[in-house]
Design a binder for this molecule. Sequence first.
Ligand code: SF4
Length: 373
Amino acid sequence: MSAPAACPSPAAADRAAVRRPNIRDLSLGEIEERIAELGKEKYRARQIMKWLYQGGATSFSQMTTLAREFRTRMEELFAIREPEIELVQRSEDGTKKVLFRLSDGLAVESVLIPGKNHWTACISTQAGCAMGCRFCLTGRQGLKRNLLPSEITGQMTMLRRHTPEGPAILNIVMMGMGEPLANYENTVKAIGILTSDHGLGFSTRKITVSTCGLAPEITRLGKDICVNLAISLNAPDDRRRSELMPINRKYPLAALLEACRDYPMPGRRMLTFEYILMAGVNDSPSDAAKVARLLKDVRCKLNLIAFNEFSGSPYKTPSPEAVSAFQQVLLDNNYTAILRQSRGRDILAACGQLSGKFSGDPAASPAEPVRPQ
Ligand code: SF4
């Protein structure tokens, strides 16, 4: 009689799970293709998606509407992995900043912003960022890597699990770490899962992709998927925008605005231009008048944000009077120009500050962490 096969150690099982592809990196169509190779019908793929994104399944053994041998085969072929919540910080204003640890040890962050009866989730699409915007702490880290679709959607499934009661998460803004359109394929695949009836079921109207201005990818996005678009503008002319945002040297304002004008926005939807006001750099009334002229033939609104200073930053927060005067010029020119408060200042809610702290960036000053619940 032969000896029974030894059970793999938990560490060996973990290593095997890491080697297997993560089913959460696959779209519905890709799952359909893989299970067709096993002789299974398409509707089984929809069942798997619902277990993953609506049933909260963390193993195939929990998918009890599938036959036992099919579950076993799927377990052999695929892993189910999600990013882990490592820390949650709560701001006095109710904002929560969540630090995720990825399977290779890198950290990314999401922010939950409270509304009247809902949350808005701000999620990351890259670990670090290659775009090098001068005012941004994430830009200082450089790009570590693109996030996988499972790591983008995983932030949302984990945030939903973190907020089981009370208001729902209604809006998603891809405005955390990274440039979403520089991780185009994975971002679009993740949006497909976020908006699928078999996935997380968000409306495309509730998802906003924020970009620093990758003009060709803006055009491509408009053809592939119809979500809201926010463009980080931050300067009224090419000279200053190129200084603040190196991407402007490759895609100057004329190319960027042409892509914006062609971006399809159904119904009454408008593009959003984000404008971070920095004292003495881009915050004068004449700068506001230039912005008004620049955007005159683009259907858009503006979000104005006073720069959130961090230790060692070269820019300063403008005075409230300067911000009001800037806003007033835009209002006088019939723009919707909303002054956005920088949320969660006390918990480092400026882009990249929490993960910067955990990667040892001295510019990210410490705050008291709260363990996840
Ligand atoms: Fe990257 Fe956005 Fe920061 Fe620019 S502002 S460096 S695009 S994360």
